[in-house]
Design a protein around this ligand. Structure first.
Ligand SMILES: [Zn+2]
Length: 255
């Protein structure tokens, strides 16, 4: 190091004998300087030049999510979306013996219904179920019904507190298959957008509408009155702002 570098691991750390040095503390990096007129520590404007650059990265080791599960998830979102215009969500769990499983928690999904307009998904709350021993919560999947699959501001806020895999399914009723997918993996509050979907999902051909009736029974739909106004969240990427929606109050994947 051209400039000496110290870690402040002790509050009583003595002043180093150097005229100038870097000090890394809980409050950031400081530049410390001493001469005959003063002794000062100031927030460092630059990192030490000796350090090499670094960037966030992730190397995925998820086993691929079986095609059947993805097709069933889309089938479930189709059933709820087609009937009510409402979004829905499900949890993705992992057990060493059983692999991936989908769990539909009890949920309340709100739609704004106005005459002459398509129902608009507004908000979703769900209850985190107790998972059987040995079953790990890996992530969640939710739908945006007819809106594009993107990470809304609300999704982003949720993901920050929910490490794991987050999938969004959108444009459910656009002609043909597949619908829109967005896949994000969040680690320690940082989200990585996974562009290559086939690194996470095994594949997708067609939604399966024959979903368990118990899944549908978990969904309660609330049609909100016309005069209730909800804040509309605009996604940063310029996607139409009239959509999202979810407030997952008790969510949180634990990987
Ligand atoms: Zn969303």
């Amino acid at each position: 190091m051209n400039i000496p570098f110290y870690l402040k691991t002790d509050d009583a750390l003595p002043w180093s004998g150097n005229d100038v040095f870097h000090l890394m503390s809980r409050d950031g990096l400081f530049l410390c300087r001493e001469n005959r007129f003063f002794r000062a520590t100031t927030p460092a404007r630059n990192w030490p030049e000796d350090l090499q650059g670094h960037a966030p990265s992730i190397k995925l080791r998820f086993p691929k999510i079986p095609r059947l599960l993805v097709e069933k998830a889309v089938g479930f979102f189709d059933r709820v979306g087609r009937k009510y215009g409402a979004e829905a969500m499900m949890l993705l769990t992992w057990g060493e013996e059983v692999g991936y499983e989908l769990v539909v928690p009890p949920q309340v999904t709100e739609v704004d219904v106005r005459p002459g307009l398509s129902p608009l998904p507004i908000k979703l709350d769900y209850e985190m179920p107790t998972l059987p021993l040995g079953r790990l919560l890996i992530g969640d999947i939710h739908s945006h019904v007819n809106l594009p699959a993107y990470t809304s501001k609300m999704d982003q806020d949720d993901a920050e507190h929910s490490p794991g895999l987050h999938m969004v399914v959108g444009r459910l009723f656009a002609p043909g298959e597949p619908p829109d997918f967005e896949i994000v993996v969040t680690v320690d509050g940082h989200s990585f957008c996974i562009e290559q979907h086939d690194t996470i999902i095994e594949g997708y051909k067609q939604r399966r509408l024959d979903v368990p009736v118990e899944w549908l029974e978990q969904v309660r739909v609330l049609e909100v009155p016309e005069n209730v106004i909800y804040p509309i969240v605009s996604p940063a990427n310029g996607t139409p702002p009239n959509g999202d929606e979810s407030t997952r109050e008790k969510g949180g994947a634990v990987v």
